[in-house]
Write a protein that binds this ligand. Structure first.
Ligand SMILES: NC(=O)c1ccc[n+]([C@@H]2O[C@H](COP(=O)([O-])OP(=O)(O)OC[C@H]3O[C@@H](n4cnc5c(N)ncnc54)[C@H](O)[C@@H]3O)[C@@H](O)[C@H]2O)c1
Length: 435
C-alpha cells in the first residue's frame, strides 16, 4: 500500500489536473472541510459483493450517500437497491429513479454524477471501467480481479499511472491486505523474521460457485453474463477470479517481485455437463519461479464434496510461517519448532472488507491519496500467466504475459456466441479458451 504524502493543497491541485472534465465541472469534494460534506458514491455491479461494498462505504463515513447505481441487468439493480434500503444506513441511500442505469455501458451515465465509484461488476469489464473512472477523475474502490488477460493488464497499468498522476485514491479489493493478522505476519516476513523467503505453498480448495439455468428470452450473452464465473472470457477462470486472493498473498510475501516464469497444470473433471458450467477448469496447480531460486506453488480447486483449504505455507532460511485466514491462525517457527511469533488469539481482527472502505474514505477526507494499483494488477497477471500455462501446457514467462496479445473478449457479443471445449494442454496454443 502506497501512502503518498501529498498536502491537501497538492491533493486538490492534483485532482484539478485530473481531467478536462474535472476542471470544467469540479467535483463537490473540492474545497470541502475534511469532515462533514456529503460524498456521492456510485455503485457499478450491483451483485453480492457490490451490495456489500456499498454497505461498507456507508458505514465508513457518515457523509457517504449511495447516489447512483449501474448494472447490466435491471433485476440485479433492483434487488441490490432493495437490500440497501433495508440496511442500517438506509437514510443515506438516495438513488432516485433517474440515477439507476442499466446495460453493460451503464457506467458512462453514472460517472458524471458521483465523487467515488465502486467497481464491483464482472471482471472482464474492469479494465475499461477503471480507465473511464480515472479519466473522469473519480476516487475508486476496485474489486479483484482487475483484468483477465494481457491486454487488460496493460490497460490497468496505464490507468494506475494516470490515477497516480491525478492523485486519485485507488483502493483494491484484495481484502487480505486489509486484514490485521495478515498484515502483521506479512510485516514480520518482509522484515526478515524468516530470513530469505525461498518457497511458498498456497491453497484455495473450495466448492464450485452457483449457476443459473437459462431462461426464455435470454440471449447467449445474457446467459453467459448471468453465469459469468464459469466463462473464461468473463471471469478469467477460477484461478484468476477466486484463487487470485492467494496468488496475491504470494505476491505480497515475495515483496512484489515478479516471477520470471511459471509452469501450470489444470483440467476439468468434476464440472457437471451442463451449459451453465461454461468452459473453465476445475483445478489448477502453478509453480512460479523467481530469480535466484525461490519458488511458489499455487494449488486451486473448485470441486464438490472434497477437502477444502485456504492456507499459505512460507519457508525461509531461518524458519517457516503458516497463514490460515479461515481458522484464523498465523504463526512463525524456527526449524527446531520454537515459535518465534504468533498473532495473539485476542488480537484485533476488524472486518477486512470494512477496513478497505474506512481506508478509502479516510484518504479522501484527509486529502492523502492511496494507490494500490501495482500489486492489484501484478497479482492478477500472475494468475493470468498461470492459467495461460495450464491451458497451453507451456511455460509462460512474465515478459510474455506482460507483452502478449491475449484478449479474451469475443469479437461480437451478439448471438450466436459459441462456447468451445475446455482447453487441451499441448494443443491449445493461446491462453484463450477457444484455440
Ligand atoms: N474481495 C472478495 O472477497 C470478493 C468476494 C466476492 C466477489 N468478489 C469480486 O467482486 C466482483 C463481483 O462479484 P459478485 O460475487 O458480486 O458477482 P455477482 O454476479 O453477484 O455481481 C456482479 C454484478 O455485476 C453486474 N454486471 C456485469 N457486467 C456489468 C457491467 N458491464 N456493468 C455493470 N454491471 C455489470 C452483473 O449483472 C451482476 O449483478 C467479481 O470481480 C468478484 O471476483 C470479490
Amino acid at each position: 500500500m502506497t501512502n503518498r504524502k501529498a498536502s491537501r493543497r497538492n491533493f486538490l491541485k492534483g485532482t484539478a489536473l485530473a481531467s478536462g472534465a474535472a476542471l470544467l465541472n469540479p467535483s463537490p469534494l473540492w474545497g470541502i472541510a475534511p469532515q462533514g460534506e456529503r460524498i456521492k458514491v456510485g455503485l457499478v455491479g450491483c451483485g453480492g459483493r457490490g451490495t456489500g461494498a456499498a454497505v461498507q462505504a456507508l458505514a465508513a463515513d457518515k457523509g457517504v450517500v449511495i447516489w447512483a447505481m449501474a448494472d447490466a441487468f435491471q433485476d440485479r439493480l433492483d434487488s441490490s437497491l432493495a437490500n440497501l434500503l433495508k440496511s442500517d444506513d438506509q437514510d443515506r441511500v438516495d438513488v432516485a429513479a433517474d440515477r439507476r442505469f442499466v446495460g453493460i455501458d451503464a457506467i458512462d451515465k453514472l460517472l458524471p454524477l458521483v465523487d467515488v465509484v465502486l467497481l464491483c461488476s464482472t471482471p472482464s469489464f474492469r479494465p475499461a471501467q477503471l480507465a473511464k473512472a480515472v479519466a473522469a477523475g473519480k476516487h475508486i474502490f476496485c474489486e479483484k480481479p482487475v483484468c483477465v488477460d494481457s491486454v487488460g493488464y496493460r490497460s490497468v497499468i496505464e490507468s494506475v499511472k494516470i490515477a497516480r498522476a491525478k492523485n486519485l485514491t485507488l483502493v483494491s479489493g484484495f481484502c487480505w491486505r486489509s486484514s490485521s493478522p495478515e498484515r502483521a505476519i506479512v510485516g514480520e516476513i518482509l522484515g526478515g523474521r524468516l530470513g530469505v523467503v525461498v518457497g511458498v505453498t498456497s491453497t484455495y480448495l473450495t466448492s464450485p460457485l452457483g449457476t443459473r439455468p437459462r431462461e426464455a428470452g435470454w440471449s447467449d450473452f445474457d446467459f453467459q453474463l448471468r453465469n459469468w464465473q464459469h466463462f473464461n472470457w468473463l471471469s478469467g477462470d477460477h484461478l484468476v477470479e477466486q484463487a487470485v486472493h492467494s496468488v496475491d498473498k504470494i505476491n505480497w510475501v515475495m515483496g512484489g517481485r515478479h516471477p520470471t516464469k511459471c509452469t501450470g497444470l489444470g483440467s476439468r473433471f468434476c464440472r457437471e455437463d451442463k451449459p451453465e458450467f461454461g468452459d473453465i477448469y476445475d483445478n489448477f496447480t502453478v509453480v512460479y519461479e523467481y530469480e535466484n531460486g525461490p519458488r511458489a506453488t499455487m494449488i486451486a480447486r473448485q470441486q464438490p464434496n472434497c477437502y477444502n483449504d485456504n492456507t499459505d505455507w512460507i519457508t525461509g532460511t531461518k524458519g517457516y510461517a503458516w497463514i490460515n485466514g479461515w481458522a484464523p491462525t498465523h504463526w512463525i517457527k524456527d526449524y527446531d519448532g520454537k515459535t518465534l511469533w504468533s498473532y495473539p488469539k485476542d488480537g484485533e481482527a476488524p472486518n477486512m472488507y470494512q477496513v478497505e472502505h474506512d481506508t478509502l474514505f479516510k484518504s479522501i477526507r484527509d486529502g492523502r491519496s492511496i494507490n494500490e494499483g501495482e500489486f492489484m494488477a501484478d497479482s492478477c497477471l500472475m494468475a493470468i500467466m498461470g492459467r495461460m500455462s495450464a491451458y497451453s501446457g507451456r511455460q509462460v514467462t512474465w515478459e510474455e504475459a506482460t507483452t502478449g496479445n491475449e484478449n479474451l473478449t469475443p469479437p461480437s457479443l451478439s448471438d450466436p456466441m459459441p462456447v468451445g471445449d475446455a482447453p487441451r494442454p499441448g494443443s491449445t496454443t493461446s491462453g484463450a479458451a477457444k484455440s
